[in-house]
Design a protein around this ligand. Structure first.
Ligand SMILES: *Cc1c(COP(=O)(O)O)cnc(C)c1O
Length: 376
């Protein structure tokens, strides 16, 4: 294996674009026993017993067979759930897979040399900062142009005029909008999103990974506008991160384009069985959402009582700015006490900590730890 052979070094075998890529940095999945994990927005409750049973009973000799290539029963159940048709739905290996597919289906890679405004728009992927930190990576993997537009200090959705003044491109080939937003937890009012979608000409993906914890969602915009796709996932709200199942809802033309590009068996069979069983026991999950929303309010009040600033959250996490210590310090001190949260070292986010809502006991320990850190 030593470099005896003449020719290219392994590095030179790799496309220049890929050589320069920085991969996505997922939240830590630590092996430390007893650690309280409030860093990746997983649901602290297990899936419904019906889901566990469905997975167990699917795990037999049939594992040798390929799964349903079009996830047909799951797409039919999702169509019923959302009041649309199966051709309005594509299922992916997590919504991350579909977010990546969209770059390949709707965006031209960046071209060299002088480009017209129209060509630039065709090559542009745009999103807000801060929002889901995967988007810039997906743009880079595809070799697209990035248009990052900063959210205001309040993290609220700007009106169209303010967006225009901030170089938001209403003709961009693809726009990703996380709603409710991560990491801020802010919900964007559907009325504001509707105005944005009305003016937006390119494909607009409303990434609703946390919609189940919010007071409203924008699903109707995917039905109203052919260029709007809504992204949902079983990962967070439905306690199925491990299984990797997400989906888009939208116009059959856009859904069909993604469908032609996906891998033939992109959704694993146990994931399909688990997601299908999830939809048959929605009541179980609604109770979880209510519990998380109540605990979110209580945790917010407790932190505010300490003088911390907490943004109003519509997700299963809160974004909090501490008083009396820096967010980075709070993060480190919590970590020493075996409580893991998420701190983003970016200009807009570094004064804040993102804390997933865990169980009652976990949140109690988190608050006790925070108070003891403040006393030091
Ligand atoms: C977690 C998350 C996803 C990814 O979900 P998967 O279905 O697990 O791939 C997508 N978007 C946002 C904003 C998320 O937080």
């Amino acid at each position: 294996m030593t470099a005896k052979r003449k020719g290219n070094s392994p590095e030179q075998l790799i496309r220049p674009l890929v050589r320069k890529l920085h991969g996505y940095v997922p939240g830590e999945q630590p092996k430390i026993p007893g650690l309280i994990k409030l860093n990746t927005n997983e649901n602290p409750a297990p899936p419904s017993p019906k889901v566990i049973r469905a997975i167990r009973s699917a795990a037999d000799g049939r594992l040798r067979l390929y799964p349903d290539p079009t996830a047909q029963p799951l797409r039919e159940a999702l169509a019923k759930f959302h009041g649309c048709k199966p051709e309005n739905i594509i299922v992916g290996n997590g919504s991350d897979e579909l977010l990546a597919l969209a770059t390949r289906a709707f965006v031209e890679p960046r071209q060299r040399g002088a480009q017209t405004k129209r060509q630039v728009a065709r090559q542009t992927i745009q999103y807000f900062t801060p929002s889901y930190s995967l988007y810039p990576i997906l743009a880079d993997i595809h070799g697209a142009r990035r248009n990052q537009v900063k959210l205001p200090g309040s993290f609220e959705l700007p009106a169209n005029d303010a967006l225009r003044a901030d170089n938001w491109n209403f003709s961009a080939a693809l726009s990703y909008i996380t709603t409710p937003n991560a990491p801020s937890g802010r919900g964007y009012p559907t009325r504001g999103l509707a105005k944005l979608c009305e003016e937006q000409k390119g494909v607009t993906i409303l990434d609703e990974a946390y919609a189940d914890f919010a007071a409203e969602n924008a699903m109707r915009l995917a039905r109203r506008h052919p260029h709007v796709l809504v992204s949902r996932t079983f990962s967070k709200a439905y306690s199925l991160c491990f299984q990797r199942v997400g989906y888009f809802v939208g116009h059959p033309a856009l859904i069909g384009a993604l469908d032609r590009m996906r891998d033939s068996y992109n959704v694993n069979g146990l994931g399909q069985a688990a997601a299908l069983a999830t939809l048959s026991d929605i009541g179980y999950y609604r109770r979880q959402f209510e519990r998380i929303v109540r605990l979110r309010a209580r945790t917010t009040e407790s932190l505010e009582a300490l003088g911390f600033e907490v943004l109003p959250s519509q997700a299963n996490f809160i974004f909090a700015k501490p008083a009396g210590l820096t967010a980075a310090d709070w993060f480190q001190q919590l970590r020493k006490r075996k409580i893991l949260t998420r701190w983003f070292d970016s200009p807009k986010a570094r004064n804040w900590l993102r804390i997933t809502i865990g169980t009652e006991a976990e949140m109690a320990r988190f608050l006790t730890a925070t108070k003891s850190i403040l006393r030091q």
